[in-house]
Design a protein around this ligand. Structure first.
Ligand SMILES: CCCCCCCCCCCCC[C@@H](O)CC(=O)SCCNC(=O)CCNC(=O)[C@H](O)C(C)(C)COP(=O)(O)OP(=O)(O)OC[C@H]1O[C@@H](n2cnc3c(N)ncnc32)[C@H](O)[C@@H]1OP(=O)(O)O
Length: 361
C-alpha cells in the first residue's frame, strides 16, 4: 500500500479550527497532537488516489488544545480543534508557505469580521436563552400574563376587524355616501376598542410588555382626544367625511398589529404579517396624523360657536377663552407626537430586522 497525502480543507473561528479531510469511508483513523504543536493524521480510506493509507501533518501557527474531536462520514473526515487562546490567526501553519495539500474550506470560510459577528450573534442568543430561561423559572405568572395579553390582543383584533369590514362593505355598497355616517355605524365599537387601549399604557408600566411608556401614551392619548373630545362631544363633527378617513386609517394598522402580537404571545411568527406590522405604518402614520389634524381644524369654528369647554375669564379679559385655542396648541403637539412616534416605530423596525439578519448568519 502506498502512503499518500489527502486533500485537506480548513477554516477558522476565533476559538476553533475546522479541518475537512477528503477521505471517504475512512477507517483506522489515528489523530494525535505532538508535543511540538503538530497534528498527525493517519487513516485508510478512498481519497484522490483510490483506496490507500493517507497521512498528513500540520504544525499550527499558535498553540491548540490537546483534545481533538473528529467525525468520519461516508464522504469525509471532519476534525475540530480548539485554539488555546480565543483569537484570529493570520494563517493556519507555522511555516509561511502553505502545504500543497491544504486549501481553504469555502463552505465554512468566514473572514474575521464575519466570524466576529457570528460570535456576537451566538453570544446574544446565549444571553437571550439564559434570560428567557431565568424569566420562565423566576416568573410563575408567565402563563397567566401571556394568556391575558393574548385575550387582550384577540379582543382588539376582533373589534378593529369588525370596524374595518363594516366600513369596507358600506363603502362598496354606498360609495361616498358611506363617509357621512361612519360615526353612527361604528362609533360604539371604536369607543370600546379605544377605552380598552388604555391598557396599552398600563401594560408597560406593569412590565407586561417591552413597549416604551411614552410612545404608547402619545398614541392612546392622541387618538382618545380625537375620538372622545372632537367626534364624541361635537355632534356637528359626527357626520363629516373626515371620520371615515380617521377610522379607516386606525383600523387598517390594527388588523395587522394585533394578530402580530397574538402570534408573539404564543411564540410564533408569520413573516408577511411581521413585515406588514413593521412597514405599513410608514405611509399610514403621517396620513393618520393629517386626517386627525383636518378633524381638529374643522372643529375649531364649532368650539368657537358653541363655547363648549371654554375657560371662564375675569370680566376685564373678556367672557371666556375658547377651547379652540387649546386645540391650536394641541395641533402643534400632534406633529411633535408624530415625530416622536415615527422615530420610535422606525427604531423598532430597524431593531426587528437587524436582529433577524444576524440570526440568519
Ligand atoms: C405628552 C402629552 C402627549 C399628548 C398627546 C399629544 C400628541 C398626540 C399626537 C399623536 C398622533 C397620533 C396619531 C395616530 O393616532 C395616527 C394613527 O394611528 S394612523 C394609523 C397608523 N398608526 C400606527 O401605525 C401606530 C400603531 N401603534 C403602535 O405601533 C403602538 O401603539 C406604538 C406604541 C406606537 C409602538 O408600539 P411598540 O412600542 O409596542 O412596538 P412593538 O410593536 O415593536 O412592540 C415592542 C415589543 O412589545 C411587544 N408587545 C407590545 N404590545 C404587545 C401586546 N399588546 N401584546 C403582546 N406583546 C406586545 C411586542 O411583541 C414587542 O416585543 P419583541 O420586541 O419581543 O418583539
Amino acid at each position: 500500500m502506498q502512503i499518500l497525502t489527502p486533500h485537506v480543507y480548513w477554516a477558522q473561528r476565533h476559538g476553533e479550527i475546522y479541518l475537512r479531510v477528503e477521505l471517504s469511508d475512512a477507517k483506522n483513523i489515528d489523530i494525535s497532537l505532538q508535543e511540538n504543536n503538530t497534528l498527525q493524521f493517519r487513516g485508510q480510506g478512498h481519497g484522490a488516489k483510490g483506496d490507500n493509507e493517507y497521512v498528513f501533518s500540520l504544525e499550527f501557527l499558535e498553540p491548540v488544545r490537546p483534545e481533538i474531536k473528529h467525525k468520519s462520514t461516508q464522504r469525509q473526515v471532519d476534525i475540530k480543534i480548539k485554539k488555546q487562546e480565543v483569537r484570529w490567526w493570520d494563517r493556519l501553519t507555522l511555516q509561511e508557505k502553505k502545504p500543497l495539500f491544504l486549501a481553504p474550506d469555502f463552505d465554512r470560510w468566514l473572514d474575521e469580521s464575519d466570524a466576529e459577528m457570528e460570535l456576537q450573534a451566538k453570544e446574544e442568543e446565549k444571553i437571550n436563552r439564559i434570560s428567557v430561561e431565568s424569566r420562565v423559572r423566576k416568573d410563575p405568572f408567565l402563563g397567566l400574563k401571556r394568556g391575558y395579553l393574548f385575550m387582550y390582543n384577540l379582543v382588539q383584533f376582533l373589534g378593529f376587524s369588525w370596524i374595518f369590514v363594516n366600513m369596507t362593505v358600506r363603502l362598496f355598497i354606498l360609495g361616498q355616501d358611506s363617509f357621512y355616517d361612519t360615526f353612527h355605524t361604528t362609533a360604539d365599537m371604536m369607543y370600546f376598542c379605544q377605552m380598552m387601549a388604555v391598557l396599552e399604557v398600563i401594560n408597560p408600566l406593569l412590565g407586561l410588555v417591552k413597549t416604551g411608556f411614552f410612545p404608547a401614551m402619545i398614541q392612546v392619548a392622541g387618538r382618545n382626544v380625537i375620538l372622545f373630545v372632537i367626534f364624541g362631544c361635537l355632534e356637528d363633527m359626527q357626520n363629516k367625511a373626515v371620520v371615515f378617513f380617521v377610522f379607516y386609517l386606525w383600523s387598517t394598522i390594527e388588523i395587522f398589529r394585533y394578530p402580530f402580537y397574538m402570534l408573539a404571545c404564543i411564540g410564533n411568527e408569520w413573516k408577511l404579517l411581521t413585515w406588514l406590522r413593521y412597514s405599513i405604518w410608514i405611509p399610514l402614520y403621517p396620513l393618520g396624523v393629517v386626517a386627525e389634524a383636518v378633524a381638529v381644524i374643522q372643529s375649531l369654528p364649532i368650539f368657537d360657536e358653541t363655547r363648549l369647554f371654554s375657560l371662564p375669564l375675569p370680566a376685564v379679559l373678556g367672557h371666556s377663552l375658547s377651547f379652540s385655542y387649546t386645540l391650536q396648541v394641541y395641533l402643534v403637539l400632534m406633529f411633535l407626537g408624530l415625530f416622536i412616534n415615527f422615530r420610535h416605530l422606525y427604531k423598532q423596525r430597524r431593531r426587528r430586522y437587524r436582529s433577524k439578519k444576524r440570526k440568519v448568519h
